[in-house]
Design a binder for this molecule. Sequence first.
Ligand code: GCO
Length: 445
Amino acid sequence: MTLPAFPPGFLWGVSTSAFQIEGAPREDGKGPSVWDSFTAVPGKIKDGTDAAVTTDHYHRYREDVALMSDLGVGAYRFSVAWSRVVPDGIGPVNGKGLDFYDRLVDELCAKGIRPAPTLYHWDTPQALQDAGGWLNRDTADRFAEYAAAVAERLADRVDMWITINEPAEVTLLGYALGEHAPGKELMFDALPVAHHLLLAHGKAVGALRAAGARDVGIAASHSPVWAASDEEGDKAGADLYDTLMNWMFADPLLAGRYPEGLAEAMPGPVEEDLKVISAPLDWYGINYYNPTLVGAPQPDGVETFGGIDLPADLPFGIREIDGHPRTDFDWPVVPDGLREILVTLRDRFPGMLPVYVTENGCSYGEPVHDTRRIEYLDGHLRSLRAAIDAGVDVRGYFVWSLMDNFEWAEGYRQRFGLVHVDYDTLARTPKDSFGWYRDVIKANR
Ligand code: GCO
C-alpha cells in the first residue's frame, strides 16, 4: 500500500554523526576526543573495535554525497567534530579542520542538498574532559566559542543548525551509567551534566545568531513512557523516568523551567541560566526509536535495557515491551509511539514550535534485502502522517542513518544504514530500503 502524501515542502533527509562515520582521528590537526579515549579502553566496545577508520567518510565524502544525491534527499544532517575545529578545546581554531566541513558543505550545495550540521554529537575534546567535561560549567562557554567559529565559516551556506544531539543520552549513558564516553558512573550526581549541556545549548544559540546563523534547533531524544500498570508504585516509577528522560530537557528548553524538584538539584544561578537555556529556537528536533515501559523497582526486573547493563538500585524498573516485533538491537518496533510523542509534546507546550524528526531508524543485519527496515520506516512514516493529521506541525524527517556505521558501545554489530558498508573494503552498497526511500521522496516531490 502506498504511503499517504506529505505536505508540500516537507523536508526529507538522512542523518549521521562525525565520530560514527569519519575516521581520520589524527588527520589535519584533529585533537583527541572522549570517544577516541573511550574506544581505546579494553572492554568498553562490545565487539572490541574502534572508530579509527569506520566508513572512512573523511576521505570518501564525495562518494557519500553522490549517494545522497541519488537518493534525492533535500537535507543531510551530519555533525562537526569539535576537536577537529578546536583541537585542545580552548584556544586556536584549526583552519584545516574547518576546511573539511567547508568542502563537505560545498559538495552538498552543489548537489542541491541542504547541509544541517549538528555541533555536538558526543565527541567532547579530551582536553576539556580533563578539566571536568560537562561537570565543569566552563565547558558551556568553550562550546559557545566553538559554535561561533563554525558559524563564522559556514553560515553563508548553512541554514539549518542543530546545537546538541541528545543531551539526555550524554547525561544518562555518559555520566550516570558509564556505558558511553566519558564512562562515568555517577548515577544522580550526573544531574549537573544535564544543566551544563542545556546551558551550552543556550549559549551556542546566542553565538550562532550573533554569527548570522539562521534556522537554529536542537535534536532531543524522546520516548513515550508507559506505566507498567495503574498501581501507584508503577505510576510513580514511570513518572520519574519520564521526568528524567523527557521533561528535564524539554521543559527548560521550551518552557524555561525545570520539572518540580529539579531546579534545586542543579548548579549555578539556575533561574538566570534558564533564561539563556530557553533562548527562542526556530524549530525543535526529536529523535524517536521506541517507547519505554516503566514501573516500580523490582528485584527480579530486567537487568539490561537496549543492550545496557542497569544497576540494581534504580528508583524505577524498566520492563520488557511484549507483543511487538523487535529489531536486531532488540528494540521494540512501535510505530505509533512516534505519533504519540509528537502529540504529547504539542499538548505539553502550548504554541509548540515546528518539529523535525531528526532521527528515526532501525538496526537490522540483513545486508541488502532489508525488507524489515522498509516495514519499519513505512510504519513510522504513517505514524508521522497521523501526527500531522492530528495538527502537529512536523516539517521534515531524517532517517538514521545514511549508511552502516560505528554504533557506539556496540561497535559494528548494529547496522542502521540505508546503505550497506563492507568494513573490509569500505564498499558502499545501497540496500532495498534505499530504493524504497528514494521512491517515497520522489512521490512527494
Ligand atoms: C543516538 C544517536 C545516534 C545513534 C542512533 C542509534 O540516538 O543514540 O544520535 O548516534 O547511532 O540513535 O542508536
